[in-house]
Design a protein around this ligand. Structure first.
Ligand code: GDP
Length: 140
């Protein structure tokens, strides 16, 4: 059963390029409601914890360095079928493969600096949201 929440980050490349507002506008226009949001900067260790599932992959060290290289925005989003619909809105991991009109097609710079994160399952959406936000920091 699809839950109605997903988790996103606006990554350092998009934040530093001043694209956070445009990306949030696309997210809201696609019907997602923001139920928690904050700007923060990860340390390499915290980025490493968030992406621990990728620790065996060759790009893990680069990914942790990149994700801690500048500020990000973290947010929990609500919509029917949130996880699947958000993955459609952001497009493929590699912007070269992303569909026209998707956030990554428009804003991503590379397969690594790909503008946004979107949870890949309901289970991970809950884990990732809880990684950043306590109950009191989110709506409902
Ligand atoms: P996602 O679910 O679409 O974000 O993709 P993954 O879970 O497979 O990868 C997590 C993140 O690692 C991606 O969003 C990219 O920022 C980065 N990444 C994925 N594949 C590569 C790669 O081949 N090289 C590099 N440098 N980074 C990658």
């Amino acid at each position: 059963m699809a839950t109605n929440r997903t988790f996103t980050m606006i990554k350092p490349d998009a934040f530093s390029a001043g694209n956070s507002g445009a990306i949030l506008k696309m997210i809201e226009e696609a019907g997602f409601k923001i139920v928690a949001m904050k700007a923060t900067q990860l340390t390499p260790a915290i980025a490493g914890k968030f992406y621990e599932v990728h620790s065996e992959r060759p790009f893990y060290a680069d990914l942790c360095a990149y994700m801690s290289s500048g500020p990000i925005i973290a947010a929990i989003l609500e919509k029917d079928n949130a996880v699947e619909d958000f993955r459609k809105l952001i497009g493929a991991t590699n912007p070269a493969d992303a569909a026209e009109g998707t956030i990554r097609k428009i804003f991503a710079k590379s397969i690594e600096a790909n503008a946004v994160h979107g949870s890949d399952s309901d289970e991970n959406a809950a884990i990732e949201g809880a990684f950043y936000f306590s109950q009191i920091e989110r709506v409902g």
